[in-house]
Design a protein around this ligand. Sequence first.
Ligand code: C5P
Length: 312
Amino acid sequence: MTDKANPVAVRVRAPGKVNLQLAVGELQEDGYHELATAFQALSLIEEITATSAEGISLSVSGTVDVAGVPLDESNLAYRAALLLRERTGVTDGVHLNIHKGVPVAGGMGGGSADAAATLVACDALWATNLSSAELHTLAAELGADVPFSLHGGTAMGTGRGDELSPMLSQGRFDWVLVTNDEGLSTPRVYGELDAIRQRLRADLPVVPAQPHLGADLFHALRAGDPVRLADALHNDLQAAALSLRPELAVVIDLGVREGALAGIVSGSGPTVALLCADAESALEVHVSMTAAGYNSFRAHGPVAGARIVSAV
Ligand code: C5P
């Protein structure tokens, strides 16, 4: 019989994301950059099944290539379980099975979704019953994108990207995500942006102390208009990602030639996100990109944040 108050297995789904705009301020003393970003949660989903066990252990499977996903303490899901134990004093163990639907190391927040899902799953499994504010605090300690995966939908992120406020958004947006076999390290991409800014300081506009989102983005989302959203897409990290991987520009150009409204590097890359007019257009773009030899996925957004789908 199911005992919801004391489950032995909890299954949680959490979404990946795309950054619709990502404005990056100067490097701060803590090694992070002040951000203003808009996240949209996508229907590329990580599913974590947490079962009672001795100690903490991980296994991984998925619809994406999972080679290279660590199964030790360097995995953010492992760290999430450990952090929840430390903060609550729980001594129980857990086995986490991670079923990945978000491309690995692609700038789409898959690892962050695993951490968010693990917090929710272990909180239920261990009956620690944290409030959403407490879960958010732990999420922000694990990584800048983890709180958004808890939250889902569409949200503005400021600070390190972890101070969230919901944004109004209507309807659904259709995307094609083109992945790359070799991931890009987030710190490396931020570092490259700093280097580019240093080199071109005399020729570039001054980096604002407080980065902000453009009004065009708010209008496009409120109107549910993909054409206006396509015009509003912007990522300050794109120049750095393209400098490290010039071939990503070819992917963006091809996507647009094949019918996408616009293409952008997702987060710190190397995934390219192609925004399409509707589901039908996304299917056509997906078929063309696949025919051209690229690994591509369709997704839509916004979708809900981390949710328990079963507890038995
Ligand atoms: O917090 P997270 O683990 O996602 O960040 C990974 C790295 O990305 C940080 O160590 C930092 O180098 C860079 N980063 C940054 N500014 C941010 C977010 C991340 O410089 N706002």
